[in-house]
Design a protein around this ligand. Sequence first.
Ligand SMILES: [Zn+2]
Length: 235
Amino acid sequence: MIAPMARDNAGRSRPALAVFCDFDGTFAVQDVGSTIARRYAAERRPALWERLVRGELTPWAYNLELLEGLPVPEDQLDAFLASVELDPGAESLVGWCKSKGVPFRILSDGFDRNLDRLQTLTGVGFEYDANGLVYRDAAWSIRPGHPNPACGCGTGTCKRGRIEAYRAAHPGVPTAHIGNGRVSDLCGAESADLAFAKDSLAEALTERGRAYHAFRTLHDVVGELDRWLIARGEG
Ligand SMILES: [Zn+2]
């Protein structure tokens, strides 16, 4: 059953919730960027990672140092993407959102080209915000998608910025963020009304005393979101 939608002052229908989900390690099991970097920039990666941890590089500067100009043959990239598995509950989460009239959007500090390819490969479609990736002279050329100097995250696609932009355009709609990493997901989790977290994001939220729902797979998230809607009388 489609959830009844509240109406805003202009009489437009308003969804009961909007869901934002990280891709690498959350919607998909593997992390595309770090797997490619381990494979094609293995020698440079540890020293750059140390500089990121010490705060000498922002996450986007780290991406630039690591990935810009990386000569990854396109057929090898596509072969790797074909091996990426979605979380066992990924399709169910997208289906649940659709059935409830809940907008669903992937927020990724990864790259548009790979997300487009993965939608074709998996048959699971989604809207997304991410960074740009094109091939130039057989090598990667990257650009940030939605940087946000007002946030301290330093990523190419600031998730806080995307969630705040949604909230400004759709006042009164509660937001949920689902993620797994402290580097690119923390600002999104902190700005959303409901945070779902695992791995290093869960550790970071625990350190900050921020409430979150722990999850193992996206099936857990679907169950929790369903209970949340029912408790609000909108299931
Ligand atoms: Zn941010």
